[in-house]
Design a protein. Structure first.
Length: 361
């Protein structure tokens, strides 16, 4: 199922900007969404009748996890468990075994994944941030060499900036485009590390993309997904990065594929996390490998540690878990890891180019 096509300029409601809990269209009724960790969240947790909740924080907030946990405890009177493993996305909620007795989850820094069922009530605190004013940023972008036909994509923290920036850019002669994207995305224009379908939808209408957010994680993923230059704008500092070297990135992936084209014994990496679990695909890839005279073993895990693959009699891996394991972390592992489209190219079942990003639908 695909969502409606593109919108030129979104309003605040469409990008999810709000002052309190909002349901995400098409999402789980167990999801509650908050822009920041504020009084509405504490009120709703108190009203929920829970005794114990589990707090999950992304890697960037691990330093503050204990302080945030105290805030929750003091603000609600509930028992709070703090999950040790960093949360990489809304795809990896703690299982009941991981957080015994927890009756609800508080997840910081992520939006819900609407097409992923939730086992427990989950309070998503998106940690939205206010950047510099849209008119100032647009005025600076007008003086840059950015293409005028521009796709806009934002991290969840900066979703609120997308509509006003699009309007300001339009007033300055740009043709900004924001794609709604597929059912894994909560908001139009949202960047998710495994799904850039919003950006892909507007590809024929743009000559480049502008990512609003910090860090390189999303610009890299976006550059794999779309055959256009990708710039990144830090909404807090206003700094505009140079476009990424997409050709070089793809060339390195093609070299990795070439290294393992002759591998006979493959491991298929399958995660048990609720939002990364593509076991059906794991079995389909195993059948494809065997049809090409290869052996393939399906290895299951929740979070993958490179040490878990040391010493195995396997020559190469394909990951059906988070696609960023292969693309961003592959060098930490003892053998090369491919994404599913790369694996099919290694088997000779699809062409190497055009490069295809492993979109998690
Ligand atoms: S699968 Fe990977 S990229 Fe997608 S939400 Fe999960 S951690 Fe993020």
């Amino acid at each position: 199922m695909r969502s409606p096509p593109t919108e030129k300029v979104m309003d605040a409601e469409q990008t999810g900007a709000s002052a309190g809990p909002t349901p995400v269209p098409g999402g789980s009724p167990r999801a509650r969404v908050y822009p920041t960790l504020g009084p509405e969240l504490l009120r709703d947790l108190r009203a929920g009748g829970y005794r114990k909740v589990v707090l999950q924080t992304p890697a960037g907030l691990v330093r503050d996890a204990s302080t945030l946990s105290s805030q929750l405890r003091e603000g609600t009177g509930l028992a709070v468990l703090t999950l040790v493993r960093a949360c990489f996305g809304a795809c990896d909620p703690p299982s009941p075994e991981e957080a015994p007795g927890a009756e609800a989850i508080v997840t910081l820094g992520h939006a819900p994944i609407p097409n992923m069922p939730l086992r427990l009530p989950t309070f998503f605190v998106e940690m939205r941030q206010e950047g510099r004013p849209a008119d100032e940023l647009a005025a600076e972008l007008q003086r840059s060499s950015l293409p005028r036909r521009l796709g806009l994509v934002g991290s969840i923290q900066h979703m609120d900036l997308l509509p006003p920036l699009a309007r300001e850019l339009e007033a300055r002669g740009f043709s900004p485009r924001i794609g709604r994207g597929g059912p894994r995305l909560a908001y139009a224009g949202q960047a998710l590390g495994c799904n850039y379908t919003g950006a892909e939808q507007v590809l024929p209408e743009v000559d480049g993309y502008l990512f609003l957010g910090t860090g390189r994680f999303h610009p890299l993923g976006l550059a794999y997904a779309v055959e256009r230059p990708v710039w990144a704008l830090d909404p807090l500092s206003g700094e505009l990065s140079e476009p990424l070297d997409r050709e070089g990135m793809i060339r390195r992936r093609l070299l990795t594929i070439a290294q393992v084209t002759g591998a006979r014994r493959w491991g298929i990496l399958a995660s048990s996390f609720d939002g990364q679990n593509r076991q059906g695909m794991a079995f389909a890839l195993k059948a494809r490998a065997e049809a090409r005279g290869r052996e393939a073993d399906i290895l299951v895990f929740d979070r993958l540690d490179p040490r878990d693959l040391v010493g195995r009699a396997l020559e190469a891996y394909v990951s059906v878990a988070c696609p960023r394991i292969a693309l961003d972390d592959g060098e930490q592992f003892p053998r090369p890891i491919l994404t599913p489209p790369e694996f099919l190219a290694a088997l000779g079942d699809r062409p190497l180019l055009p490069y295809r990003f492993d979109t998690y639908p």
